[in-house]
Design a protein around this ligand. Structure first.
Ligand code: HEM
Length: 568
């Protein structure tokens, strides 16, 4: 009995000491986690503030957990509550990047701000930008977007890194050479002319003989057509179905983006989320099927063409280039294939990166033409001189210099991508002596650089396309003060396509319409990922007396098949 009691006492003591150890361990873990959290939310921000203050870089003070977000949101909400004043002004920076404009006046162009506990250093000096994007580019990386944005943009070029990025960039780059893009001119021209024809009919049906349209909405048709054709080429019809679904998905996802502050919102089984998941599955299924079919066709074509000269005369579409790169690996194993899953993601990225950006460019360019009738007339005269009674062809486009200048001035004043972000991969000392710690994010406010009177002169906030008469590199006092498409190795891969779409669209419309702003137009540029007109862009189109004849126009086609099957 005594032995049993002693054994029970030992067991009890053992249990108590295990329990004590477990309690101690849990307490230690809790303390450790609390210390880490306190460090991330309080001590690290204080250390970084001190680190930058010692180098003469200041900024709004860090506030626990919120950083500078409260002030930032306040400044942005206040700025977007009123339209531009006066309504013809292009001094849009204080409205669009209100927080940058406000703190820059206090702290200078380089300052520290806090997105919650995440610090960002603003960098707007062209010489520092040269280092970050060109000479020291290996020390900086693209920043990882929020998962909701990532879901929108796909896992393609925009978010890839290292060897995988290099492979995709090399393979896709071929499609964006001017000689290849020129083959899209008749297609894009036709889709703009079809849009113009709809507007002409609407104007004819209206007693006033003119029509009001919100170009921010209508131009989506043109850009969706162009990016679908660039991505899918001959399989345009199948591609249109896929990108139609992608378009819906983007509409849902941008709604989710607005609710990004509700943690886990994208995983909640809401009606919209169910629909999004269904659409996502549909996109993947359709694309995988399409890739399978085209891979078989490409393999057969490669076999048939063995020993013969490659056909360089037809349009090289983006999907085709990825499929061909993968076909080559079966013959040359050293070459790298792009797996089907990555092709699917890349298609999603191209659609995301190529559609809305270009819609915004077309929108702002047309708004600016409407606001500046003297430049509208100059551009129209040039289009008529160069193209005569035809719509523009690929030979005409390089000769439309005034339109090129107008597009550059639009990209300067209203750059669709108002800012970009980089992350330091290691500790880096910049040439101004500033030491950037590893993992620090750098915010490059593209729009602020484009509006800086130090580079652009006292008329920086005015619309003056003539400043681009000597080319983009010589338009400002510093050649890197104009970076609407970014800079360096990760510069926009689609800029030639965007410029082609913009020139062609403006030229086709100028030949057909007098354009002016509607009394309903409120000049209010604002940012939601990209630069949008906050209340849309209603403009009035009055058809001109002389319209291009159907036979001469790019809308006409000698191809007897449906237009989407023609490969010009
Ligand atoms: C006006 C229209 C456009 C603007 C203003 C624009 C702007 C930009 C900018 C600023 C970047 C660089 C971002 C950075 O360095 O962080 C970029 C990258 C990119 N853009 Fe565009 N873009 C436009 C049109 C297009 C089009 C039409 C396409 C596709 C067909 C496209 C595809 C891409 C891709 C894939 C990247 C990532 C490139 C890489 O990281 O290698 N963009 N764009």
């Amino acid at each position: 009995m005594g032995d049993e009691m002693e054994a029970a006492a030992w067991a009890w003591r053992g249990w108590v000491s295990w329990r004590a150890a477990a309690v101690l361990l849990s307490a230690w873990l809790a303390l450790h986690v609390a210390a880490r959290v306190a460090d991330a939310l309080w001590w690290r921000p204080r250390r970084l503030e001190a680190h930058f203050a010692a180098q003469g870089v200041r900024g709004p003070p860090y506030r626990f957990l919120l950083g500078s977000v409260k002030e930032m949101v306040g400044l942005m909400v206040e700025a977007s509550s009123k339209p531009m004043s006066p309504p013809t002004s292009h001094n849009a920076l204080p409205r669009v990047l209100a927080f940058y404009h406000y703190w820059r006046k206090i702290y200078g162009p380089t300052f520290l701000i806090w997105f919650g506990p995440t610090p960002r250093l603003t960098v707007a000096e062209p010489e520092l930008i040269r280092e970050i994007f060109l000479t020291r580019a290996d020390a900086f990386d693209r920043y990882e977007a929020h998962p909701v944005v990532r879901q929108l943009e796909g896992d393609g070029l925009v978010s890839l890194h290292g060897d995988k990025w290099a492979l995709h960039r090399r393979v896709l780059g071929d499609a964006f050479y001017p000689d290849n893009l020129n083959r899209l001119v008749p297609h894009v021209g036709r889709s703009v002319a079809a849009l113009a024809e709809k507007w002409r009919e609407m104007a004819a049906a209206d007693g006033s003989g003119e029509v009001e349209v919100d170009v921010a909405e209508w131009f989506q048709e043109v850009t969706e057509e162009a990016i679908t054709r660039a991505t899918f080429g001959g399989s345009y019809n199948d591609g249109r179905v896929v990108f139609g679904m992608q378009s819906q998905l983007m509409a849902f996802a941008s709604e989710a983006f607005r609710k990004v502050l509700v943690p886990g919102y994208r995983f909640m089984p809401t009606k919209k989320n169910w629909l999004s998941w269904k659409l996502d599955r549909g996109i993947r299924r359709n694309l995988t099927r399409l890739i399978g079919r085209r891979s078989e066709e490409a393999a057969a074509a490669m076999k048939a063409a063995e020993g013969e000269k490659a056909d360089t005369g037809s349009f090289r579409d983006l999907l085709g280039l990825m499929i061909n790169a993968s076909q080559r690996t079966t013959r040359a194993p050293a070459a790298k294939a792009i797996p089907v899953h990555d092709m699917v993601e890349e298609c999603k990225t191209l659609f995301f990166a190529g559609k809305q950006t270009t819609t915004n460019l077309l929108t702002w360019a047309t708004v600016l033409l409407a606001m500046h009738p003297e430049w509208q007339e100059r551009a129209r005269r040039e289009v008529l001189d160069v193209c005569g009674s035809d719509d523009p062809s690929k030979e005409h486009l390089p000769r439309l210099k005034t339109l090129g200048m107008i597009i550059n001035e639009t990209l300067r004043l209203y750059p669709p991508a108002v800012a970009t972000i980089r992350r330091a991969k290691a500790d880096v000392r910049l040439s101004d002596g500033c030491m950037i710690p590893r993992d620090m994010e750098l915010l490059i406010p593209i729009m602020a650089i484009h509006h800086d009177a130090r580079h652009w002169g006292q008329d920086a906030a005015q619309f003056n396309p003539a400043r681009f008469a000597g080319g983009a590199a010589r338009a400002a006092k510093h050649p890197l003060a104009f970076i609407p498409f970014g800079l360096g190795a990760r510069m926009c891969v689609g800029q030639n396509l965007a410029r082609l779409e913009a020139k062609l669209t403006m030229a086709v419309l100028l030949r057909r319409f007098q354009i002016r702003t509607s009394p309903n137009y409120v000049h209010a540029p604002t940012v939601l990922m990209l630069l949008y007109p906050q209340y849309g862009a209603p403009l009035i189109f009055r058809p001109l007396a002389s319209q291009p004849s159907a036979a001469d126009s790019t809308t006409s086609s000698s191809c007897p098949r449906p237009e989407f099957l023609c490969q010009d």
